[in-house]
Design a protein around this ligand. Sequence first.
Ligand code: MLT
Length: 197
Amino acid sequence: MKYIFKEGNNDRTLLLLHGTGGNEEDLLPLSDMIDPEANVLSVRGNVNENGMNRYFRRVAEGVFDEDDLIKRTDELYNFLKEKSEEHNFDINQVYAVGYSNGANIAGSLLYHYQDSLKGAMLFHPMVPRRGIELPQHTGVKVFIGAGKNDPICPASEAEELRAMLEGAGVNVELYWTNLGHQLTRDEVEAAKDWYEN
Ligand code: MLT
């Protein structure tokens, strides 16, 4: 997987995961806003959908290819472990920062692996899978930024995701804007406050 790694000055690592059609440069300004001292691991989605980078395949807008999602989640999980050894960062202090498709693969990490993330900032996520039991996530915290009028990631999915994560022991903060799918400065600032507390 293509990626950027920047060494920081504290124990934490921000795992940046862009939206559909993005790349590993997109969310670098967010890591500067949220924690300029953290290590940064920014990964490019390795699925190509008509020239757009994604982290897993979909069969239609909002309909995921579940087998591919499971496979790519495993791949990202192993990539993270491998890079923590190569770049010498603490695998137990990784916070995902994901937007849209990137938020969905970050959510999928939490749906499938117990020790994958210490926390996550999920901007405009969906429910990655249904009908499975999540691993227990005691001590893990998640910030969800959602738009009440988001046509791609509906408000009901943000609520469902919150309920599923809380059921798995995650401490969840759900932050609403009245807007749509766009990532707003307000929600990034709210995520920064959440991250620091
Ligand atoms: C997805 O496919 O992950 C979601 O529909 C959001 C997106 O368009 O990336």
